[in-house]
Write a protein that binds this ligand. Sequence first.
Ligand code: WTA
Length: 637
Amino acid sequence: MSYPYQLKSFEDYQQAWQHSVTDPEGFWANVADHFYWRRKWDKVLEWDFKTPDVKWFSGARLNITENCLDRHLGTLGNQPAIIWEPNDPEERHRILTYRELYNKVCQFANVLKNNGVKKGDRVCIYMGMIPELAIAVLACARIGAIHSVVFGGFSAQSIADRIQDAQCNLVITCDGAFRGAKDIPLKSVIDDALMACPSVKRVIVCTRTRTPVSMLKGRDVWWEDEIKQVETMGNPPVPAEEMEAEDMLFILYTSGSTGKPKGVVHTCGGYMVYANYTFINSFQYKPGQVYFCTADIGWITGHSYIVYGPLSAGATTLMFEGVPTYPDAGRFWDIVDKFRVNILYTAPTAIRSLMGYGLGPVNHKDLSSLTTLGTVGEPINEEAWHWYKDQIGKGKCPITDTWWQTETGGIMIAPIAGITPEKPGYATLPLPGIQPILVDETGKEIEGNGVNGNLCIKFPWPGMIRTTYGDHERCRTTYFSTYENLYFTGDGCLRDEDGYYRITGRVDDVLNVSGHRIGTAEVENAINMHAGVVESAVVGYPHEIKGQGIYAFVIAEKQVKDPELTRKDIMQTVSRIIGPIAKPDKIQFVSGLPKTRSGKIMRRILRKIAEGEMDNLGDTTTLLDPAVVEEIKTGRL
Ligand code: WTA
């Protein structure tokens, strides 16, 4: 494959960016011309941020899997599409060539069809990081079913909420998943979830851990048995379903400032073009390179930069089942060494945690294959940036610090690796097609450089969110109503003297814990479910490894006799309701919360206390009971 739209120099980038602003339709049409469409578009872009109503490539017809698989078979059929490294380094890795992946996707697409899945149906996927997860995702896309992947760390309750919201009728899962020393019983979690999900008629279970599972007659079938059946049928070919560019491709749930996660919807045409364009450019992928993104496919990073971006580019994408510290903190480096990885894309949390183990696990690993390093998910502190640059990249690999969101579908602000002059801690400059703007609280644009503001985007890009599933109004109020005619990201941002962007973190009630987005309201709702809790308030505080930790202030029903035990109980409750990633790091029992006279919790004050900035609480005179602040300060953990 060649990439005619890959940027080759900084001048190239500047010209492309300029072109994308003066003639966005012409710019994106040029890129889109290099894909396989069954029918080309009538109109490149129609948009209105008020409704919002955004359409890219209207009238075009395609199937994303023909772009990720079929079109590569002639030239790249025998090239590795997916390299899979298991959790246990003693187990054999697997390599799927483009042809093998194509065959497996077609086979499983047949399985889905045999189980009654049709175009437009929603399919929930709850699996560990095994190749079958990517196969399941692509098989859905092949027949026009809408996948909703739920991260393997979410609880039964969270899965049930997501399945109900999307009204899924089929679930694909595994008996269990290996993650480090743990063995997660995925099927049993699904069984619990499905008690509340009558819409689900069928569960397909893939074997991985051989954990004993209960198979419900008439509902549950084994992946392997279903494949055998397709083989008996002689593996009939599965023509890819012809989709409209604006047909839904997938739903992915993400946290916001209100309680319920929302189903971010991405569509076929624009998302494909954007995931591909940003992959090829941000990482400067060269044909034949091995690319390793350490994310889980349960998050947007895995969707765009393990599956759709790399595969649409004919790249070799490495999937890793395990965790960075198993069996020891050198695991990433072993994988780089073993497969001669060229591009590594990971999260600042992982870097900070591995830094903590010193250079022992890095030394004596051959990292000379690395050409490019990427980070995503949260702001990267300078110390971690330099460690990554010097110890992993040996000073010779560019770092691309990529800022983006579930809602943006792909990378928005990031250096073009090796081309954009980098600056530690900065996502640097917008990619072509992206028009960032900083605004103040009133929505007034903050012009010039050396300024801080709320980050918005003022023009559509092909990968952007189209709606929140089943509730378009929610999409409008969350993203398009805070500031008129702008997409609001929820992030604060600095534009420095050079015009470089540095994301400073969320300005809403969303936490970023180890790169995972968690709504404070969600955690509060979970804590409040505990029988002994009257009320709670949750804020973030700086955490050395996780970036942000979760600090919960809890009013208990009666005097807490054994705080340690009650804390554990509350954590267990949060784990049950959301998942272990949302467990508070600190729980402080308080007798009251700082509220205004109208009953609103003043989180600003709690945040300051959690951060340890006690002398700097700001105005507390509007509080109903200022004395409560003193008590909270004294009891701070
Ligand atoms: C944060 C992950 C600083 C940001 C792809 C954003 C970042 C949220 C960066 C989206 C970065 C992501 N620097 N902050 N390079 N990348 N963020 O939806 O607050 O899981 O709004 O998407 O992560 O998280 P999400």
